[in-house]
Design a protein around this ligand. Structure first.
Ligand SMILES: Nc1ncnc2c1ncn2[C@@H]1O[C@H](COP(=O)(O)OP(=O)(O)OP(=O)(O)O)[C@@H](O)[C@H]1O
Ligand SMILES: [Mg+2]
Length: 255
């Protein structure tokens, strides 16, 4: 039986009268390559905010490895292995690439250790950060300020930071959003090379990416779970085509 890493039960979130996430039962398997798709405003980002603890739900539960984490703060969830990227990048733009990644590594190895090691001697942190930058092909810009990099590279640094946390679950909210298409492949290639045991949930609007990367696809519409299946099942689901997948060419093929 497939091991479930992350699960939601009847998860809901209201903003006043608006039900942004409605009664979602969802399972993310260990090592999953899972995509979350749906129209703008469907509730995808809100759903991820509920998983990470950015927002509290108005109803329902979030379980990590079977443990109820619904009431846990964001930082505690990160320690348990939930990492994410944001739809808009949130880097320390004035710091170097290496410094940004070192902060994440140092955070993971724990503040407690810094009581025994003076700040200047954290070569373990720097070595690990450099190794990670190497795997993401960012080593040659390690000393550059984030603000000097093209946007695609900045998003890659964001990815480096979330991987530096050694997550069990990685939530990617449109990791290539705003990146010129000539550059977006570097991000998607990096995502495809991530360690297999990390369970990945990716929100992505580019269906070529979704169908290439994901082995499971969940469709959200109007805050609710609309469909779930293999890429092939989702692609051939007529209702999904109607509500989301660029209807025009499909319609043309079916009149
Ligand atoms: N903090 C908030 N306060 C009030 N309403 C919100 C808040 N955050 C999101 N919403 C609303 O909740 C709904 C779902 O938004 P959400 O950002 O989760 O959608 P999404 O699926 O991520 O859309 P997109 O594809 O455009 O990123 C929208 O109607 C949005 O306006
Ligand atoms: Mg969103």
């Amino acid at each position: 039986m497939t091991k479930i890493r992350l699960e939601t039960q009847a998860l809901s979130r209201r903003f006043g009268a608006l039900v942004a996430v409605q009664n979602i039962d969802f399972k993310l398997a260990a090592g999953a390559r899972h995509a979350l798709i749906g129209p703008n405003g469907a509730g995808k980002t809100t759903f991820i905010n509920l998983l990470t603890g950015v927002l509290p739900p108005t109803h329902g539960r979030v379980l990590l490895g079977g443990r109820d984490i619904t009431a846990m703060a964001q930082a505690e969830r990160v320690k348990l292995g939930i990492a994410r990227t944001f739809q808009i990048n949130r880097l320390f733009r004035g710091l170097s690439v290496l410094e940004n990644v070192c902060i994440a590594v140092a955070e993971r190895v724990g503040a407690a250790r810094s009581m025994f090691y003076p700040a200047g001697r954290r070569t373990d942190v720097i070595d690990e950060a450099m190794a990670l930058l190497q795997t993401l092909k960012l080593a040659e810009v390690a000393r550059h300020r984030v603000s000097e990099l093209p946007y695609g590279r900045q998003r890659l640094v964001e990815l480096a930071i979330s991987i530096a946390l050694s997550p069990k679950v990685l939530l990617l909210d449109e990791p290539a959003a705003g990146v010129p298409s000539a550059e977006s492949h570097i991000i998607l290639d990096a995502i495809e090379r991530l360690p297999e045991d990390i369970a990945i949930l990716i929100i992505e609007h580019d269906m070529d990416v979704v169908f290439r990367f994901a082995s499971r696809v969940t469709v959200m519409v109007g805050g609710a779970l609309f469909a779930e299946g293999t890429p092939r099942e989702i692609e051939s689901n007529m209702q999904v085509r109607d509500v989301y997948l660029g209807q025009a060419p499909y319609r043309a093929a079916h009149v």
